[in-house]
Design a protein around this ligand. Structure first.
Ligand SMILES: O=C(O)C(=O)C[C@]1(C(=O)O)C=C[C@@H](O)C=C1
Length: 451
């Protein structure tokens, strides 16, 4: 028997419905509800793998049928031949139409009829109806679904600032190895992506061993309501990148993230080039490649060179080989602090102006033998200046500060609870930003290959 197969793509690259018509009868003989089509990216080609499982008219099909096609370019028609004892058929999938919903709805799949001609399937009202049913019907849970861990098939979405090839993307991959990294234009967008449930986590830089603190993220930690749930540190190994064929001597300008420019201060001074700050290191590489800038270099990672097709003109140009950036992992919910492993806690507080106020505040930790790992002060933006009219001496102007402190103890540890109890007596404002496991892994160079 020869019939036609037609399918419809949904959700990126998954073909979710497939219908087989018996051409002799002109009727559907089988409905394949379980069908997986995977597009495997292979360089510029795509490989299409198809596995179909059929139900329905036992005379027409029983069990499993599988078809596959070789390498095809995006946009090609891929012909899938499925065979079983009862029938042989072919369906054509226009692969580029498997990429967006609007296109999908405009006639995704064409069926090859017995005489070899392609029929546009969206003309088939019956098919549309069938498709609608298949998509809207919830898939019943099976016993095997229930025995899987709840996260099965779920890829954590992790927001980071920058474009692919940024160090933050590498940090996201170290923090959450199987995650789907979600690029964001600004730090603020990464915070919002988590708050609005577009991402599950954010991974953002907070300090670098050469360049110091990333102040913007300190300010955003306070402005947003996310919780610090972890930290991750990566060795940042900078390269000088340029268009293929360009020599270091040809460069008149170097662009990169301000932190990266600061971390390569010595090299850049020696080169005597102009420096320009851009949003992220990989974005600098992308900009050069996109605009064909022969006189401009970028400071970025090996991975950025690979992605944007640039040459590495100099390798390891950071001022110190031990160049480490610490990133924070942020989530909507805090984690439950524990004492069976080393934890850090991050807090922010404000103090009333008086002699020794900070000394007293910090003594709460010193008295309990709690190690402070970081202290940062930032202007209190809603109240940056306090003016005191001292009638004898004039008007005194005080800047108001917020203090951010990381200390080495878990909030489950009574020492930390008591220290914060004491601090609260002095602090006009106190917030715990998170209590999270310390990154105890060796500081390996950032992974170069991430999926
Ligand atoms: O631009 C990037 O690639 C980033 O991930 C940002 C950033 C930063 O803000 O510190 C991260 C690590 C390096 O220290 C340089 C830049």
């Amino acid at each position: 028997m020869r019939g036609s197969i037609s399918g419809m793509a949904l959700q990126g690259s998954h073909l979710v419905s497939l219908k087989i018509n018996d051409l002799n009868l002109g009727q559907p003989v089988v409905d394949l509800k379980s069908l997986r089509v995977r597009f495997l990216q292979h360089k510029t080609k795509m490989k299409l793998m198809v596995t179909a499982v059929g139900y329905g008219n036992a005379e027409a099909i029983a069990g499993r049928s599988a078809g596959s096609v070789g390498l095809i370019s995006n946009g090609d028609l891929a012909y899938i031949t499925c065979q079983s004892a009862q029938w042989q058929s072919t369906c054509a999938v226009l692969t580029s139409q498997c990429t967006n919903q609007a296109e999908k709805e405009s006639g995704l799949v064409r069926a090859e009829s017995g005489n070899g001609k392609l029929d546009k399937f969206d003309q088939d009202a019956t098919f549309k109806e069938t498709f609608k049913d298949l998509v809207t019907l919830p898939k019943p849970l099976s016993i095997s679904d229930l025995s899987k861990p709840p996260t099965h098939g779920f890829r954590l979405k992790v927001a980071y600032q920058g474009v692919p090839g940024a160090y933050s993307e590498l940090a996201a991959a170290k923090a959450y190895p199987d995650c789907e990294a979600v690029p964001c234009e600004q730090f603020e967008a990464a915070f919002q992506a988590v708050e609005l449930w577009l991402s599950d986590r954010a991974v953002l830089p907070i300090e670098n061993s050469l360049g110091g603190s990333i102040h913007r993220n300190y300010d955003l930690l306070l402005r947003h309501r996310l919780h610090i749930v972890g930290e991750v540190q990566i060795a940042v190994h900078h390269c000088l990148l340029g268009l293929p064929g360009v020599k270091k001597e040809h460069l008149r300008r170097v662009i990169s993230h301000p932190q990266a420019l600061a971390q390569c201060e010595y090299t850049l001074s020696k080169m005597g080039v102009a420096r320009e700050a851009v949003d992220d290191t990989a974005g600098a590489a992308q900009f050069i490649a996109a605009n064909g800038l022969y006189d401009t270099g970028a400071i970025a990672s090996h991975r950025a060179a690979e992605i944007y097709g640039l040459d590495i003109l100099a390798d390891g140009i950071q001022d110190d080989s031990g160049n480490v950036t610490r990133f924070l992992m942020l989530a909507r919910e805090p984690i439950i602090p524990r004492t069976d492993r080393r934890f850090k806690t991050s807090i922010v507080f404000a103090l009333e102006e008086e002699p020794g106020a900070l000394f007293k505040a910090l003594s709460a930790f010193a008295l309990r033998n709690i190690n402070l790992t970081k202290i940062e002060s930032r202007p209190q933006k809603n109240r940056p200046l306090r003016v005191v009219d001292d009638t004898n001496h004039g008007i005194a102007k005080y800047f108001e500060y917020l203090f951010y402190i990381d200390f080495e103890a878990s909030m489950a540890d009574p020492r930390a609870q008591n220290a914060l109890g004491q601090l609260q007596e002095f602090a006009g404002f106190l917030r715990v930003l998170g209590s999270y496991p310390m990154d105890m892994t060796p500081i390996a160079p950032a992974l170069q290959n991430i999926s």
